[in-house]
Ligand binder design. Structure first.
Ligand code: BGC
Length: 362
């Protein structure tokens, strides 16, 4: 046995005795940020993926609910078949990992939950979708109040948990094909407003350890507002797509929404007059100007109007948003498939045809 082999054996024994070598990194220092501030612009695969994403739909209110089913909808492979038949080509899958991970810094993700998400990811990939798998609603990361059933986590552990969850997610899906795309975090805001650039640069570094070239989506703060693109500092990586969300005119799209304060008073708001059209176009123009300057493609990952708005106005709004996005070369995903904004009615098992036509029709 050479001296080197003996040294390696001794180190392995020490590790197994101490268990420290095998345990998750204990501090943020173990997750340095990628260099940032000189992002080179998108690679050809990133540009081609963004183009191929085309028209999509969010499989929302399923795994982003506190637990699956808590918001009235469970994953069901027939939803995947329906969305594929209809002609959607990308599917965004929002997932609230934080509710299914241990409350310590290690944030061990429940293997049963992984299996359930695998079913959805693989069903979507099998149908040929480009799948955007994200992290959604880690409320404490933004400093928000907890939803029912959420375990409070000690202050100061959130960034580490975020990174340890991404380490697991990225490793878990590292063997899936290039049609699986990761999105680091839905709508950073609140406490993330000043921290997001740093956390995203650390998060991307974690992902790159197991997925060196996978396409990753990153969006700006203020709930992924195009107006916050100016303060987004991307890591120096070419395999990126940038996302924005856009719900203006908000009093129209969120009328009657139980989670938007004051929304009951907006019921009956119509769409889309000249002032509202300007509100719809403005952020898209901002995103386009940013995209041309920084040379990363844009994915409009959420837009939509809640079911309490009048159907005719929803159709007008939806068709206009689709056209405005496509005119600027953005791929998009409607919020969402089969819940409160739903283009599909899961109870009647049928499409809301006028809405579906607004999204996919001629
Ligand atoms: C949230 C959803 C919400 C939607 C519209 C999404 O980003 O995750 O819960 O329904 O925005 O407000």
């Amino acid at each position: 046995m050479t001296i080197l082999t003996r040294a390696a054996l001794l180190l392995a024994c020490a590790c197994s005795l101490l268990a420290a070598c095998a345990s998750a990194p204990a501090s943020l220092a173990d997750y340095p940020p990628m260099p940032a501030g000189a992002a080179p612009g998108a690679s050809t695969p990133a540009i081609e993926t963004a183009r191929a994403m085309g028209r999509g739909v969010n499989f929302g209110n399923i795994f982003d609910a506190p637990t699956e089913g808590a918001w009235g909808l469970r994953f069901d492979a027939t939803l995947v078949a329906k969305a594929a038949e209809a002609g959607f080509t990308n599917a965004r899958l929002p997932v609230r990992w934080s509710n299914h991970a241990s409350a310590d810094g290690e944030a061990r993700i429940d293997p049963e939950f992984f299996k359930r998400v695998d079913e959805a990811v693989d069903a979507l990939l099998d149908k040929g979708f480009i799948v955007v798998l994200n992290m959604h609603h880690y409320r404490q990361l933004d400093g928000d109040a907890l939803d029912g059933g959420e375990a409070p986590v000690a202050d100061g552990l959130h960034a580490l948990r975020f990174l340890n969850m991404w380490k697991q997610i990225a490793q878990h899906y590292s063997t899936r094909g290039p049609k699986l795309v990761f999105e680091l975090y839905n709508e950073p805001h609140g406490a993330q407003t000043t921290r997001w650039n740093d956390l995203a640069a650390r998060g991307l570094q974690v992902v790159r350890r197991s997925n060196p070239t996978r396409i990753v989506i990153i969006g700006p703060t203020q709930w992924n507002s195009a107006n916050a693109l100016a303060s987004l500092v991307l890591p120096n990586d070419a395999n990126l797509i940038v996302t924005v969300h856009h719900y203006e005119p908000f009093h129209f799209t969120h009328q009657g929404a139980e989670w938007a304060s004051g929304a009951a008073a907006w019921l009956g708001t119509p769409c889309c007059d000249a002032a509202q059209l300007a509100q719809m176009r403005g952020p898209l123009d901002t995103a386009l100007a940013w995209s041309l300057r920084h040379r990363y493609p844009i994915y409009l990952g959420e837009f939509g109007a809640y079911g309490k708005a009048e159907m005719g106005a929803r159709v007008t709004y939806t068709r206009r948003m689709r056209d405005e996005a496509e005119r600027r070369g953005f791929s998009w995903a409607y919020w969402e498939l089969a819940s409160g904004f739903g283009v599909y009615d899961p109870a009647a098992r049928e499409w809301r045809e006028p809405l579906k036509n607004a999204l996919l029709g001629p």
